[in-house]
Design a protein around this ligand. Structure first.
Ligand code: FA5
Length: 347
């Protein structure tokens, strides 16, 4: 039996050299050390030995077991390392490409200026404790018009040239004010939220008018909110955005969903107020519409106007981006022209 043990160890030593993978090693281990393996088979014959022979053979078998286990462990670690190295050889990625692009005069991508402004706005509103809501681009008549106090055949429907779907019931939202209604459906007062997003109008295009542009809607509802709260809030907002005091003016403006309603202009930062194509030579740019939420709108949102009131505003984000980055035509913003967007650094 001792010879058989010797023979097994010899076979083991030559056999293990040929094992090249971890699954093969598991099989090889079972062949020698498993329940039905060669060592167990030999040990089963121990019952025929005398007590002395049994104890001497038992010690030798134990030694052989430890030797085999150690070798299997060492060889497995070696195979594992080889597998990792060969995967590294096959799968390595050359990340020096950014440096090579720089050598060729190219730069890694940065944020589009409009995205930078949108993110900046969201940061400001989050820091003021506003929720940020979303609303659908494809909207129904109710949320875009009716619930905003603009019933069918109301002349105010013609204020915004609408892209209608063929069913004449759905449209591409003409403003982010649909988010006021959707927000009231989700929130109980008091609340304050903003809703940024894309809006669509069938408009004649020029330096300050796009057909698909961006607005940011804001709504704050609570108790005893006044026009002066709104004006103070909007002034603070604009100086946060531009990081300096800027000249603004408030004009009466008509929007069926607010009463009283206003339009807020800021001094054109492109020409410093002297007149250019963006401000149509008047020195002022229309920044946003705003006002105290109309009682009918609160009612549409299941809010009692005798108990609650508040203000809402809709800010033009493309024009804000133009002022911030001195862009002289809104159409550049959506041109997809790399020469344009490469001028702006990452956020
Ligand atoms: C509205 O869309 C109202 N929903 C705003 C509002 C909300 C009023 C809540 C009261 C309460 P207006 O059509 O004026 O209003 O558009 C708002 C802003 O979007 C404008 O001040 C302007 O900055 C921007 N804007 C309007 N039309 C265009 C356009 N074609 N291209 C780029 N920006 C535009």
């Amino acid at each position: 039996m001792v010879e058989q043990l010797q023979q097994m160890l010899e076979d083991f030593k030559t056999g293990i050299e040929k094992v090249q993978s971890l699954p093969d090693m598991a099989q090889f281990k079972a062949e020698y050390l498993g329940k039905k393996g060669r060592l167990k088979g030999l040990m089963a014959g121990m019952r025929d030995l005398s007590p002395e022979e049994r104890s001497s053979f038992g010690a030798k078998a134990n030694e052989a077991k430890q030797f085999m286990e150690k070798l299997i462990q060492e060889q497995s670690t070696r195979i594992e390392l080889e597998e990792i190295n060969s995967r590294l050889d096959k799968e390595w990625q050359d990340i020096s490409w950014t440096d090579r692009l720089k050598d060729k005069g190219q730069q890694a991508a940065g944020l589009h200026p409009l995205s930078s402004v949108m993110r900046g706005l969201e940061d400001i509103f989050l820091s003021m404790g506003f929720d940020i809501l979303d609303g659908p681009h494809i909207e129904d008549e109710y949320h875009n018009f009716e619930a905003l106090n603009i019933p069918a055949n109301h002349p105010a429907r013609d204020m915004q040239d609408t892209f209608w779907f063929q069913d004449k019931k759905h449209l591409l939202r003409t403003h982010t004010s649909n988010i006021q209604i959707r927000g009231m459906e989700q929130h109980k007062p008091p609340f304050k939220f903003v809703g940024p997003g894309k809006v669509f109008r069938s408009e004649a295009l020029d330096a300050s008018h796009e057909a698909a542009f961006h607005q940011l809607e804001g709504m704050m509802v609570g108790k005893d909110i006044s026009v002066s709260h709104m004006i103070h809030f909007l002034r603070t907002l604009l100086s946060e955005i531009f990081q300096k005091e800027i000249k603004v003016r408030l004009r009466p403006g008509f929007f069926p969903f607010v009463e009283p309603g206003f339009e807020l202009d800021y001094e054109c930062l492109l020409c410093g107020g002297t007149g250019c194509s963006v401000c149509k030579q008047v020195g002022w740019v229309e920044a946003l519409g705003c006002g105290m939420v109309h009682p009918n709108v609160l009612k549409a949102g299941n809010i009692d106007p005798r108990e609650w009131n508040g203000f809402a505003f809709g800010l033009g984000v493309d024009r804000l981006t133009m002022m911030r980055y001195h862009i002289d035509d809104v159409r550049h913003i959506h041109s997809g022209d790399l020469l344009f967007s490469q001028q702006f650094k990452a956020y």
